[in-house]
Design a protein around this ligand. Structure first.
Ligand code: PEP
Ligand code: MG
Length: 586
């Protein structure tokens, strides 16, 4: 511990990966930088071209090696898939042709030609006001940086840092995160990025604390400075005082104890202190995550987002492939069951080839609209879900239902599939339950009409909030307006629960709101029967549930309904959470 007189600074960003780390600050330089331009003679053209092809081959090897490295470290296939996307960028033939053409025209060294062409692509992507496309520009920069390093024969390895450190970067490209030596990396902090960026996803998968979106004035940070990175609250503290260090040491120790305590809850029932049972299940995006859900003692899978399984493949998975993937999950969680949500492509969930690119994708061709317009794709998936139901408990759920017509059309396709399978003598569960997500305000308002035609509802608060308050869920500029505690949201949930219970069906919540222990009292008080949460939240939510009293939660909701502002509502929720499980709110 060094005594120091430098002033302590705190900078706030977005917490994307939990954990606290203390250490030296190191900088990550950007590799995508303009190389020196040199003129070349016509007779040198051939060797420049050869150099370019060699650099592509070498870059391909590096990307492949990084992918293998990630998989060997136990990273999952979704992250490894990022490198497949990088390979596509690297080998994009029209871009390669354009570079070779420019090279012949300009008679400059291939590195400077390459930089110019790629920069134009990156700039045009960055100029579009779309966080998804801005993230893709980072991917291209990453690949281009590697290729430029290979063209100049530089080492394109991720870092030469040899002491444990917190890494600071403008952007941290996904491949950088993998290339880092984990035993030395204490955390990462970046100026850019969002919760949904590849880097954030990968950091969480690798268990590295992370804070992104840090707005730090130039010159405020220096390599070698002592920092504390707080991945819980999204803060980086530069030159922490002895007092701050002590405070954070205590926090880390507390967190460790809490994690151990949570582990002990695995086998305990998910019920309130007064004995009201809640179905606590897990959300998954990839089949293999089901093991995590099981290990944390959840009651099966409450949301299987199947679109990620589609993206993983080079082409649309066929019926057999889907039936196998869904059946494997169903078998693993039997008898609890899995709720398979039919394809919800569009909006923030794209096909890699951008086939759904639209100017206003959240209001566009998305979810059930795509399925109903492409019956072949839809029926293939429905048949696969039904076939999987012969191997374990399966429930089928439709996303983005806006009203009764879409629900009836979807059910008609399902009945068609059931009829076909019967005729073909293929076994399936004749009593398969069917539900729909309630994530559009129109569906919430008409929930009483939808309820008699399904077996359950699952409230998708992620979309319900964005469509009700008109706040883009992935736009960092309006993130402060994205408020689960908005009185309108509470009223909509209340309406949905009433519609469900009046029609004797159960209702769950599978949006991120369900995974936030702050809102557990409200959701319980509102009468929700099931909470489906990300695997990392299962035990935290169970802990919260087990400390709540259901009658007190109902009283809380009655009080919240008399309040007008988000602030007042949040404050009451916080008071209850602190009172009941305050050790999680320090
Ligand atoms: C939701 O909208 O709350 C939800 C769970 O669906 P997704 O996040 O996949 O849109
Ligand atoms: Mg949704």
């Amino acid at each position: 511990m060094t005594a120091h007189s430098a002033k302590e600074y705190r900078f706030r960003g977005l917490a994307v990966s939990r954990g606290i780390s203390t250490g030296e600050l190191h900088f990550k330089g950007r590799r995508f930088e303009e190389p020196k331009r040199r003129s070349i003679k016509p007779e040198q053209l051939e060797s420049e071209e050869a150099l370019f092809h060699q650099a592509i081959a070498k870059t391909r090897e590096t990307i492949q090696a990084l992918k293998d490295q990630l998989l060997a470290r136990g990273g999952d296939h979704s992250e490894a898939h990022i490198f497949d996307a990088h390979l596509l960028v690297l080998e994009d033939q029209p871009v390669i042709d354009e570079i070779l053409q420019q090279l012949r025209k300009e008679h400059s060294n291939v590195a400077s030609v390459y930089y110019k062409v790629i920069l134009r692509y990156i700039d045009s992507l960055k100029s579009i006001n779309d966080p998804y496309l801005r993230e893709r520009a980072i991917d291209i920069e990453d690949v281009a940086g590697r290729l430029l390093a290979n063209l100049s024969n530089e080492d394109s390895g991720a870092t030469d840092n040899e002491t444990p450190h917190v890494l600071f970067a403008q952007d941290l490209a996904p491949s950088d995160t993998v290339g880092l030596n984990r035993s030395l990396l204490l955390g990462f902090a970046t100026r850019l990025g969002s919760f949904t960026s590849h880097t954030a996803i990968m950091a969480r998968a690798l268990g590295i604390p992370g804070v992104v979106g840090l707005d730090i004035p130039k010159g405020k940070l220096q390599a070698g400075q002592e920092v504390i990175l707080d991945g819980y609250n999204g803060v980086i503290i530069v030159n922490p005082t002895e007092e701050t260090r002590t405070e954070y040491r205590r926090l880390s120790e507390q967190q460790e104890i809490l994690n151990q305590r949570l582990e002990e809850l695995r086998g305990e029932p998910a019920q309130t202190a007064d004995g009201k049972s809640i179905i606590l299940s897990g959300n998954i995006e990839f089949g293999h995550e089901v093991d995590l859900v099981n290990r944390r003692g959840a009651a099966g899978v409450g949301l299987y987002r199947t679109e990620f399984f589609y993206f993983e493949q080079d082409r649309q998975p066929n019926e057999d492939q889907q039936a196998k993937a869904y059946g494997d999950v169903a078998e693993t969680v039997d008898p609890n069951g899995v709720i398979i949500r039919t394809l919800d492509v569009g909006a923030d969930k794209f096909y890699a080839d951008g086939r759904h690119a639209e100017p206003n994708p959240f209001l566009g061709w998305r979810g059930i609209r795509v399925s109903l317009a492409e019956p072949k794709v839809f029926k293939t998936q429905l048949r696969a879900c039904l076939r999987a139901s012969a191997r374990g408990k399966v429930r089928i759920m439709y996303p983005m239902i806006s009203g009764i017509e879409e629900l009836r059309q979807s059910n008609a396709f399902l009945h068609e599939c059931q009829e076909e399978l019967r005729k073909e003598g293929i076994p399936f569960d004749e009593d398969v339950e069917v539900g729909c997500m309630i994530e559009l305000p129109s569906a919430a308002i008409m929930a009483h009409q939808l309820a008699p035609e399904v077996d359950f509802f699952s409230i998708g608060t992620n979309d319900l909030i964005q469509y009700t308050i008109a706040v883009d869920r992935v736009n960092e500029r309006v993130a402060h307006l994205y408020q689960p505690a908005h009185p309108a949201i509470l009223r909509l949930i209340e309406m949905i629960v009433k519609a469900a219970h009046d029609n004797s069906i159960w209702v769950g919540v599978c949006g991120e709101m369900a995974g936030d222990p702050l809102f557990a009292p409200v959701l319980i008080g509102l009468g929700v029967d099931e909470l489906s949460v990300g695997p990392s939240q299962i035990l935290r939510v169970k802990h919260a549930l087990r400390h709540l009293d259901s009658a007190e939660c109902e009283d809380l909701v009655a009080e919240l309904m008399t309040l007008q502002t988000v602030e007042e509502i949040t404050e009451r929720c916080r008071t209850m959470a602190k009172k009941r499980y305050g050790d999680f709110y320090q």
